[in-house]
Write a protein that binds this ligand. Structure first.
Ligand SMILES: Nc1ncnc2c1ncn2[C@@H]1O[C@H](COP(=O)(O)OP(=O)(O)OP(=O)(O)O)[C@@H](O)[C@H]1O
Ligand SMILES: [Mg+2]
Length: 325
């Protein structure tokens, strides 16, 4: 057990449900790239890695394809200290995404994840006792958007958590291209609303997720910082505790006690923002689980997220965590 492991009576601090994909990353536009670096990433998994590196006891609930990447992917999560007992290796090819980030920080993405093993997540395969063994469960709109059965699994996992007094955190992480195959924006809105009654911490981003709030999103001044105050109000009508990430501006927090803005931290270098929000979630949640105030938890998360920006890829090197471990 690591020195700063989270104290608590349950076996796990944070479990997450989601999909991890193979990442193939280039430094030049994908169409002309000769060399791609292989890694892996997925929003919930990225958050779990951050939480584990900060001393949390974490586990990933997923399905992993038995292609040439699957076993190594599971092993690397284990090496991070993440429990993979509920991420079985199953027949199938894992999802893959291609990403390029050029020197100006411009990003290109291309995904191949249709019918991936994780899109066959099924509520009937969830283990009630496993979910009940955690302090908190992290869920995502990206998992909901994988398929009807992954959306149902997300809802059922939240219901199980609620029954056992496990806190639920949810990042809507709205991705229009992914939702396009699952009913579009209205389906994403419905999926967020069906889950909201079970959520203790809502972790959206502004402006990316603000579009989920209203049928008339264009009426919100969504692209400016002032618009994020209105966005926070909208999300807080759905959930008692909200941490709304606002990029370089930091975040806005809402709890039944107060609404506050916590300034971001100036990044020394901005190369790639991929996964910054996920790392922020993992860092924020593990601090909250430890009993930190939301403001302190957000401040720590801002520092880590800002330092991640200097690195390419969804998961930054372990050295980023230096003194936090
Ligand atoms: N340019 C920046 N400078 C400093 N900090 C940043 C910057 N961009 C992001 N951050 C940090 O990362 C956190 C999350 O950023 P953001 O709001 O972009 O999340 P996100 O949209 O969920 O990201 P993603 O889903 O792509 O991982 C912010 O709250 C902030 O702490
Ligand atoms: Mg995000």
């Amino acid at each position: 057990m690591r020195a700063n492991d989270v104290l608590g009576s349950r076996a796990f601090s944070l479990l997450g449900l989601g999909e991890c994909m193979v990442e193939l990353c280039a430094d030049v536009p994908l169409g002309v790239a000769h060399v791609l670096r292989r890694s892996y990433g997925g929003d919930v998994l990225n958050s779990l890695i951050a939480a584990a590196r900060l001393g949390g006891r974490c586990g990933f609930i997923s399905r992993v394809g038995n292609d040439p990447f699957g076993a190594a992917m599971r092993q690397s999560w284990s090496d991070e200290g993440i429990d993979v007992s509920h991420s079985p290796l199953v027949p199938g090819d894992n999802g893959v995404y291609f990403i390029s980030v050029d020197d100006a920080g411009d990003r290109e993405f291309s995904y191949r994840r249709k019918d991936s093993p994780a899109s066959h997540l099924a509520a009937s395969e969830l283990s009630e006792s496993y979910i009940a063994s955690s302090e908190m469960l992290l869920l995502s709109g990206i998992t909901q958007a994988l398929s009807a059965s992954a959306r149902e699994s997300t809802l059922v996992a939240a219901q199980i958590a609620k029954r056992h007094g496990v806190k639920v955190a949810f990042d809507p992480n709205y991705r229009s291209r992914l939702w396009a195959t699952q009913g579009g924006l209205n389906a994403a809105r419905d999926a967020m609303r069906e889950l909201a009654p079970f959520v203790d911490w809502l972790l959206p981003s502004h402006p990316a997720d603000t579009v989920l709030l209203s049928d008339h999103a264009s009426e919100l001044p969504i692209d400016d910082f002032a618009g994020s105050a209105e966005s926070l109000q909208g999300f807080s009508a759905l959930c008692p505790q909200v941490a709304l990430k606002v990029g370089a501006r930091g975040c806005r927090l809402h709890t039944p006690i107060a609404s506050t803005h916590v300034d971001g931290v100036k990044a020394a270098k901005v190369i790639d923002s991929t996964g910054a929000g996920d790392l922020w979630n993992g860092s924020f949640l593990i601090a909250v689980i430890r009993g930190e105030t939301p403001v302190n938890a957000a401040t720590a998360a801002h520092h880590l997220a800002a330092s991640k920006l200097a690195y390419r890829g969804a998961i930054p090197p372990l050295s980023l965590y230096g003194s936090s471990r």
